[in-house]
Write a protein that binds this ligand. Structure first.
Ligand SMILES: Cc1ncc(COP(=O)(O)O)c(C=O)c1O
Ligand SMILES: [Zn+2]
Length: 413
């Protein structure tokens, strides 16, 4: 059955058939021509009901197959991507004075970040198109997830990462067998190079915003939240933002379920950026239609982005939901990393806890109503960046001789 009705340009609204265009609207180009995937909602509605989902035994994002843009289910790898836990953070709730706070914990995906949801879409689409190689630029996690799913599918990944990508992510890439092209430059420069290379050598591009299928994978986090909260939509969802693709994808998920009549409203979406890489915060506050590129600097490497590629969808998501953007400092991010680990057992990398740093900051500033039902996304595992984790930890092991009396003395000191 045909699922996609058409692709629509976010800037000029021109529509295209799904097989008529590879990446972006040709009229609006790479920066402004990002496409929305628009489904045949009338046809899908009777086949994707609450009942249908309650009966599903599929414990991955493929449970939403009817509203995903792929056509060949048999190509989808069995890696368990999505259907991640939604934890009630009750100790953190009490500490913060919030009635309901949930953490959507995406650290347990196969490559340990939310990006697997998107990469698998691009990888399967590449297979559907008969491609044998894929290329993408990434601050690190999109790359490792692309390498991970490519390994299963036998695709050859060419990955462009900035020199500053944390060692653990580079190690993951190399173990998965990716060709890693490490650029002496920023993520923003990697982006342009990965695109040029994909065009020159015919590799399928996984670049954010260029590839319309990525947000369709990320939206599954929103679909899961609806189901896991038994269709009681939260009031606010907080999400860390670099390029804005996760944020825009979340919005798309809630909008798709709303259009299918599965939820009665869309939550407010709050994007949280690192203070040293917060172009969307400024653009949103000032009502700019476009971002001014910034020199980005933050220890949260995954969101160290000076020119967010999915800015149009991200700004739209905040505007349409009555949400917004806010910034948190690196110190606030590290404090949140420590606090979340100690209060919930969830260990996330700096960008992975940035959303919760936003919840904490907003509540402590008195701008978050304690009665609201809040979800924060945890997007990447803490082991991905050990240097930052050690900074966050603010502690050291107690060194002892192999002697119980020495231990007793040191513990008493
Ligand atoms: C752990 C983590 N959190 C958040 C983000 C931000 O996602 P986006 O660039 O789609 O805004 C990323 C992107 O790499 C990430 O790896
Ligand atoms: Zn256009």
């Amino acid at each position: 059955m045909k699922k996609i009705d058409h692709l629509a340009c976010v800037t000029c609204s021109k529509t295209y058939g799904v097989d008529d265009v590879d990446y972006v609207c040709p009229d609006c180009g790479l920066d402004r021509g990002t496409l929305d995937v628009i489904y045949d909602y009338e046809a899908i509605r009777p086949r994707l009901t609450r009942r249908h989902l309650a009966d599903s035994t599929e414990a991955s994002q493929w449970r939403y197959w009817e509203i995903l843009p792929l056509s060949r289910r048999e190509l989808c790898p069995p890696l368990r991507i999505g259907w991640t836990p939604l934890y009630r953070a009750d100790r953190l709730e009490r500490e913060l004075g919030l009635k309901c706070l949930w953490l959507k914990d995406d650290t347990g995906n196969p490559s340990a970040s939310l990006k697997d949801r998107a990469s698998v879409m691009a990888a399967v689409r590449a297979k559907e198109l008969g491609k044998d190689a894929v290329a993408g630029a990434s601050t690190g996690n999109a790359a490792t997830s692309m390498a991970c799913v490519s390994a299963y599918l036998g695709l050859k990944p060419y990955i462009f990462v900035p020199e500053r990508a944390p060692k653990a992510k580079v190690a993951q890439l190399l173990v998965y067998g990716a060709t890693v092209i490490m650029v002496r430059g920023s993520y923003d420069q990697c982006f342009g190079l990965a695109w040029e290379a994909s065009q020159r050598w015919g590799w399928y591009s996984r670049n954010t915003a260029v590839n319309p299928f990525l947000g369709e994978g990320k939206k599954t986090a929103a679909l899961e939240i609806c189901e896991q909260l038994e269709w009681e939509v939260p009031d606010k969802v907080f999400c860390s933002v670099g390029d804005g693709c996760i944020f825009g994808g979340l919005h798309k998920g809630f909008v798709d379920f709303h259009r299918l009549g599965l939820i009665d409203r869309v939550p407010q979406l709050i994007g949280v950026q690192a203070a040293g890489a917060a172009p969307l915060v400024e653009a949103f506050e000032k009502g700019w239609p476009e971002i001014k590129p910034q020199q980005a600097e933050t220890l949260a490497d995954s969101i160290c982005v000076g020119y967010p590629r999915d800015q149009i969808k991200a700004l739209r998501a905040a505007r349409h939901t009555g949400g917004g953007f806010m910034a948190v400092t690196d110190e606030e991010i590290l404090a949140a990393q420590r606090r979340v680990a100690r209060a919930t057992g969830v260990f996330a990398e700096p960008a992975g806890v940035t959303a919760i740093a936003g919840v904490i900051k907003m509540k402590e500033a008195g701008d978050l109503d304690g009665a609201e039902r809040v979800v924060a996304l945890v997007t990447g595992h803490g082991l991905k960046d050990i240097d930052s984790a050690l900074k966050a930890a603010q502690g050291a092991p107690i060194m002892v001789e192999p002697d119980i009396e020495d231990i007793a003395a040191k513990l008493a000191a």
